[in-house]
Design a protein around this ligand. Structure first.
Ligand code: 2HA
Ligand code: ZN
Length: 295
């Protein structure tokens, strides 16, 4: 048995293929990380196929993650190739006792590093553990076209994005009642974007990076992918309606959102913390969301 035959790696590979088939991963776009259970670490060690690499600085400090093991996609690797070449495209990494370095225990057999967004992934995992959401095991970053397009049409504002997408499909407020965090365009892979994303992840399970993509957190692969899918579907509806020359004035009203809350026993975010529109240059002159009108 090979390490990639283990069921959690197979599930990880399946998700990569799924994301590729959704067209969310052009070239080497996007990345995925999964925190292994103790039992899965044991399974890997039992196979005796791990060859620890050198300890390498993560670039950020994540002390709560000390000693944890993660499956991650590789920097520059294509999601479309994971299914056929898992040992080349993926890695299992171990975090050191201080949460400052990682080492590769398996994978990336032709060299390379874990995803360029490793700082964001690990800081997101850490913030979830810090706030007690220890069931969150997956952080998933992808480039779905409609979500990115939406970031051209709306200002980078949590409340505007959240309420706009809740209004598109009944499903949304049930799937992401906490809403969505939004960051204006920033340099990918940087410590700054990692810090900003993890700050938003203390409140949301979805963070949109304008003109770039989306980060989702989930307790398992299905939850993180399903969350991405729901956000992207809602964004697609918005884009389709607008592209057809329509407006979205008859989106689900806040009154009906409240009815959904009652029917599905969810509590929609009602405190967006008065976050202001941070970077209005991305909003464009044509921005026309009726902010606050339905509050
Ligand atoms: O290329 O998506 O954000 C990987 C990425 C960087
Ligand atoms: Zn990206």
């Amino acid at each position: 048995m090979k390490i990639y035959d283990l069921s959690f790696i197979q599930a990880f590979m399946y998700s990569c293929q799924d994301g590729w088939q959704q067209n969310w991963h052009e070239r080497n776009g996007g990345n995925l990380s999964y925190r292994m259970t103790d039992e899965e670490v044991r399974q890997v060690l039992c196979l005796n196929q791990t060859a620890p690499g050198a300890w390498t600085p993560i670039g950020v400090s994540v002390p709560l993650l000390a000693g944890q093991w993660y499956v991650v996609t590789g920097s520059g690797k294509y999601f479309r190739h994971v299914q056929h070449a898992p040992e080349d495209c993926l890695a299992i990494i171990e975090i050191d006792g201080k949460g400052e370095n990682y080492r590769i225990r398996w994978g990336l057999v032709h060299g390379g590093r874990p995803t360029s967004e490793l700082p964001s992934h690990l800081m997101n995992h850490e913030v979830k553990q810090r706030i007690g959401q220890t069931d969150i095991r997956v952080i998933y970053h992808s480039h779905p076209a409609n979500t990115i397009a939406l970031s051209f049409l709306l200002p980078p504002d949590d409340e505007v994005f959240s309420k706009t997408l809740w209004g598109m499909i009944s499903e949304c407020v049930v799937v992401f009642p906490d809403g969505i965090g939004v960051l204006p365009w920033m340099v990918p892979g940087s410590r700054e974007i990692a810090e900003a994303t993890s700050e938003l992840m203390s409140k949301y399970d979805v963070v949109i990076w304008c003109q770039h993509g989306i980060f989702c957190a989930g307790k398992d692969l299905d939850t993180a992918f399903g969350l991405t899918h729901t956000v992207e579907k809602a964004a697609e509806i918005f884009i389709k309606v607008r592209s057809a020359g329509g407006n979205t004035d008859n989106a689900i009203s806040m009154e009906n959102i409240h009815r959904l809350e009652k029917a599905f026993l969810v509590k929609a975010q009602d405190d967006f913390g008065h976050r202001q529109v941070r970077d209005i240059h991305t909003a464009g002159e044509g921005y026309s969301f009726r902010k606050g009108e339905e509050d």
